[in-house]
Design a protein. Structure first.
Length: 273
């Protein structure tokens, strides 16, 4: 529980070619030398950010979910990434948290990128997924969700709001964003990742792709790991990279104890209207 080891894979994606992307990511995962526990892939890692789910979406019984199960089991890791999924005659940009035993959780992207026409091709989710690993709680979100801070906001226990010094903990410890975030808006990406870490007193991991997609849109990557004070622990621009980092529980708890800001948080309710 004292540490959580995560590996970020920032890669160029083969446009709308799931088999090629699976092979590429499997090679990168197999080449990881360090011990790792969670491996994080970009948004729509099997296709790129495509608005053609009617052609390229898979089911939960499809090849890419089966590949995630295989890799998680063979490497004894948790594999995280989003892909386009067809279910009940609807399409979702679905992030999957795949465990080594084949069990999984999933989160359907809530904030669909209307500027890129995503809302006309996919259905939004309405429920957050906070997963667990080694006693760490991990909030899983996708790309455009980053622009909407309420959706990521910690909901601390009532006794933290009252400030009575109870032993309860905030809702989560790590906030992960998988993304296909264009370089032209990279300032927003980098700034908001830091803001989410500071305001929620958590580690933030952002994993983005690099290179041009099938629409000629360039992605600079800028994948990052940020600590609960907003300090940048890792940042990679333009290049493909596989980076492993140990998140430290003591560092997180020391910050929360020294600066108990969350007990002063506003109360709020998120509706699905």
């Amino acid at each position: 529980m004292q540490t959580l080891t995560c590996t970020l894979i920032q890669a160029k994606l083969f446009w709308q070619d799931a088999a090629a992307n699976r092979q590429m990511f499997e090679e990168k995962i197999n080449a990881i030398q360090q011990k790792t526990e969670v491996v994080i892939l970009p948004e729509m890692f099997s296709t790129g950010f495509s608005m053609q789910p009617e052609k390229f979406a898979e089911t939960m019984d499809g090849d890419t979910v089966a590949w995630m199960k295989k890799v998680a089991a063979s490497k004894r890791i948790i594999v995280v990434g989003s892909l386009m999924i067809e279910e009940d005659e609807q399409y979702y940009n679905r992030l999957i948290w795949m465990l080594p035993n084949g069990e999984y959780g999933y989160y359907d992207k809530r904030h669909l990128f209307a500027y890129g026409d995503e809302h006309n091709h996919y259905s939004p989710g309405n429920k957050r997924l906070i997963a667990s690993a080694k006693g760490w709680k991990i909030n899983l979100q996708v790309c455009y969700d980053l622009r909407f801070p309420v959706w990521a906001r910690q909901s601390p226990p009532q006794h933290l709001w009252r400030g009575d010094g109870g032993a309860g903990q905030p809702e989560y410890d790590v906030l992960i964003y998988v993304a296909n975030w264009p370089e032209r808006r990279s300032i927003a990406w980098k700034t908001l990742l830091q803001a989410r870490a500071i305001e929620n007193q958590c580690y933030v991991i952002g994993v983005n792709r690099v290179g041009n997609d099938g629409n000629g849109i360039y992605h600079a990557g800028d994948s990052m790991v940020i600590d609960p004070l907003g300090e940048i622990l890792y940042h990679k621009k333009d290049e493909e990279d596989v980076f492993t980092i140990e998140l430290k529980r003591k560092h997180l708890e020391d910050i929360r104890a020294k600066f108990p800001f969350l007990k002063d948080a506003d109360r709020f309710i998120i509706t699905n209207e």
